[in-house]
Design a protein around this ligand. Sequence first.
Ligand SMILES: [Zn+2]
Length: 438
Amino acid sequence: MRAILPFIALILMAFGDGRIHAQAVGLEAAPMPASAKPSTGTESVNDPERVPVPVPEPSAKAIEFHRGNNLLWAVDEIWALIVPGFIAFSGLSARIRDFSRRLGRNRFFTIGIYVVLYLILVFLIDFPLSLYQGYYRLHAYGLSNQTFLKWLRNGLVSLGVAAIVGVCFTWVPYLLLEKSPRRWWLYTALLIVPFLFAAMLVMPIWIAPLFNDFGPMKNKSLEQSILALAEKANIQESRVFEVNKSVDTNAVNAYVTGFLSSKRIVLWDTLIAKLGEKELLCVMAHEMGHYVLGHVVRSILLSSIILLIGLFLVDRMGRLLIARFIHLLRFDRLSDVASVPLLMMLIQVNSLILSPAVLAYSRYQEHEADRYALDLTRANHSAGMAFAKLQKENLGVPRPSWFYRIFRATHPSIGDRIDFCNEYHPWINSQEVKSQGD
Ligand SMILES: [Zn+2]
C-alpha cells in the first residue's frame, strides 16, 4: 500500500523513525548455534562482556537480498510518483471527483467518497507489486511465515483503517485549503502535530492488536528480568506483552510505549525465540533508551518541522503545475479534492528530498539508544552478539554502500554498531581511576 494519504504516510514515517529496532529482520535457512561464537582478542580476561565481537561477513544470499532491496526501493520510489501522477494528469482524478460529487452532494461526503475510491484504486494498482514484495519475495528468501490469506487480510485491514482515517480527516486540510489558500500549509502542519501525538498513543494500543494477539509473556522469569531492567531504567509499573508475530514473519521487534496506565513493553515472540536472555535484555535496554530519552516525541517534533517545509514546497509546486497543466488535470485549484493524487505525488517528491535529514536524525537517535543500553547493562559482548545474530538471520549486510546509508538507513550499520559495542566502555576507565571499583 504505497501511495496512501499524506497523514497516514506521516504517521508511518514518525513511527518508522525511532522505535523499530531492526526492521525486516528475518531468519536465514541455516540457524545460528545457540551459544555465541567465541571471539578473538581477549585483553580483559576476567569479564566475558569485555570480549570483542567480530563483525560477521554477509552471506552471498544476504548480499543478493540487499542488492535486490536497493533495486526495489528505487522501483517503489518511482512507482509512488508515477501512480498518483498518472491518476492526476490523465484526468482520471477529475472523473472520480465528478462521480463522487454526484453521489455525495455536499462537500464532506464528496471528499469522503473520493478518498475511499482513490484508496481502493491505488490498492488495486499496487497489488501486484505488493504481492511480489510483501509476500512472494519474502517467502522465497525464507523471511516470512505468513499464509496468503493472512497477508491478504492484513492488506485489507490496512486499507480499511486508511479509509476510515481518510474519511474522518481529509476534509480538514481541504477546508484549510479553501479558507486560507495562502497559509493552509502552515495551519495543516500545526494541526498534524497533535494528530501525530494522538496516533502515537492509539497505534500501539488499538491499531497494532488488529493484526496480532497481544498476550502476557509466557516465560515468567524472563518477564521478571525485563521488569527489573525497566525498574533500573526508571520505567515503573509497565506491563509486558508478547505478540504472536511468528505466524507472520521472522522479523523481530520490541518497543516501549504509552504512559500512565497504558504504559507497555512489547516484544514479538520472534525476538524471544532468536536471542539468548542477556542479548534480549540488551535489545530491551535499547528500546527502553528510546522511551527514556523521549525519542518518539522528538521524532514527531522533527517530522512536524520537515512537514512544514515539505507542505510549503508542495503548495508552491502545486500552484505551478496547476497553472501549467490545467487542461490535463481538469481542476484549477488545490482545494479541489481532485488534487489528492497531485498532492501525493508532490509529497513523494519532497519526502525524497528531505528524507536524508530525517534518516540522519533517526540514525543519531539509534546510536544514542545503543549508548544508553550499554550504559544501563554494561553488557558489551551480549549487545554485539545480538547485532551479529540479527544480521545473520536478517540477511543483513554489515557495511552497506554510501547510497544506502544516506537514502535508506534508519539505523547505523550493523558493522558500526558492533564496533561501538567493542569500543564503548567509559565506566572501565573510571573504575581503574577509583581503583576500588564497584
Ligand atoms: Zn532503536
